[in-house]
Design a protein around this ligand. Structure first.
Ligand SMILES: [Zn+2]
Length: 213
């Protein structure tokens, strides 16, 4: 499926191929992105859930980019920072300072979500029902950065609040600024089609593994 150079797969990929024979097959609309250079269009397509893995994979293989018709498609939107901001601007239509609740609702409905950014969102929103997830690569971290770009006032309480989360979140939060600086130096617009954030990946692994001994 993901034969492009960028990896945008999120938590929904795992849900898609999970075999749940007790359930009836279900159609789910997922976000995809064309993996072909010069196209990279974002689009939605339906997938099937709760079926044999081979059936779900056949459906995945049949998904084509609506613009260039390639089957080189990536699960997830892979939004760049400027695309995410443009999406928000289009939604809020020039509203100068949308309130926190409006922005949170926007994220819940339209934000690009993965399991680690959902965890971050829930911790910072003080939502008690939390399934632990940690950013394991640049794309996971990118989704967390998009969230903090939407809700910048959360940056101030990031370290304090995430200190209460399981490892390695406290360590991640303590090093957040330098991690983000490193990522944005390697990919200023978080455009992983264009850039390969290699130093960032190494740095993230160091921070995460520092709490595993
Ligand atoms: Zn295309």
């Amino acid at each position: 499926m993901a034969r492009g150079t960028a990896n945008f797969s999120s938590g929904s990929a795992k849900a898609l191929i999970r075999l749940e024979p007790a359930d009836v097959p279900r159609i789910q609309i997922d976000n995809f992105r064309c993996g072909r250079e010069q196209c990279h269009v974002r689009f939605q397509a339906w997938s099937i859930m709760h079926v044999e893995i081979s059936v779900a994979l056949d459906r995945m293989k049949a998904i084509r980019c609506p613009k260039c018709k390639t089957n080189n498609v990536l699960l997830g939107e892979g939004r760049t920072l400027s695309e995410d901001r443009a999406d928000r601007d289009a939604y809020f239509q020039g509203e100068r300072e949308p309130g926190l609740t409006s922005r949170k609702n926007w994220w819940l409905e339209f934000g690009e979500k993965g399991s680690s950014s959902k965890f971050l969102f829930n911790m910072l929103s003080e939502i008690p029902d939390i399934r632990l997830a940690v950013p394991s690569d640049a794309s996971d971290f990118r989704r967390c950065v998009l969230l903090l770009d939407l809700i910048p006032e959360w940056r101030d309480k990031l370290e304090l609040r995430m200190a209460k989360a399981p490892d390695p979140w406290p360590e991640l939060a303590r090093n957040w600024d330098s991690l983000e600086r490193t990522l944005r130096k390697e990919s200023p617009d978080l455009d992983f089609f264009k850039d390969k954030p290699t130093s960032f990946g190494g740095m993230l692994q160091i921070v995460i593994s520092s709490k595993k001994q």
